[in-house]
Write a protein of this length. Sequence first.
Length: 181
Amino acid sequence: MADTANETSSEQGASTETGGEVLFYHMTRSPLEATLPTLLQKSLEAGWKVCVRGTDAKRIDWLDERLWTTTDDGFLPHGKAGGLHEVDQPVLLTTDAEIPKGTPNAANALISVDGASVSREEMTTLTRVSILFDGNDPDAVAHARSQWKEVVAAGCTAKYWSQESGRWEMKVSTQGAESED
């Protein structure tokens, strides 16, 4: 995960020429509960507030429990949407379909997990959008491919990160060009 950490801190802003920047993380060696905390920690270090969007409330509850015990400090500061002090949360976990303008925690970064949707507006206006998908699940891979096409069609930069070599490496980057499957 060191490579993910280095990448996140070195590429902090979204592209302003063609819209936002969307990073795809093809998880084949590290599960979500190992990948997500590293990305969240680096996002917080960059000064961003983050929304983590999932598709299932029980899975969000599961992530909530994991994030309390994942770092050397013992937890990553976070909360769930609809909970107490959601406006103050640096990381907000939700199943809401889209970040409305003026989100409770004023997130400027979005991490989509488990196939959660990402709108065109989010792709083009947020500082960072990351899509994490399970490379061992053919349905998740197919869904990520369709999301890649949406990102490119929106004129955003899409970056594909793989850990097939054992460490995170960027394999493909577009500037809104034709999608590469």
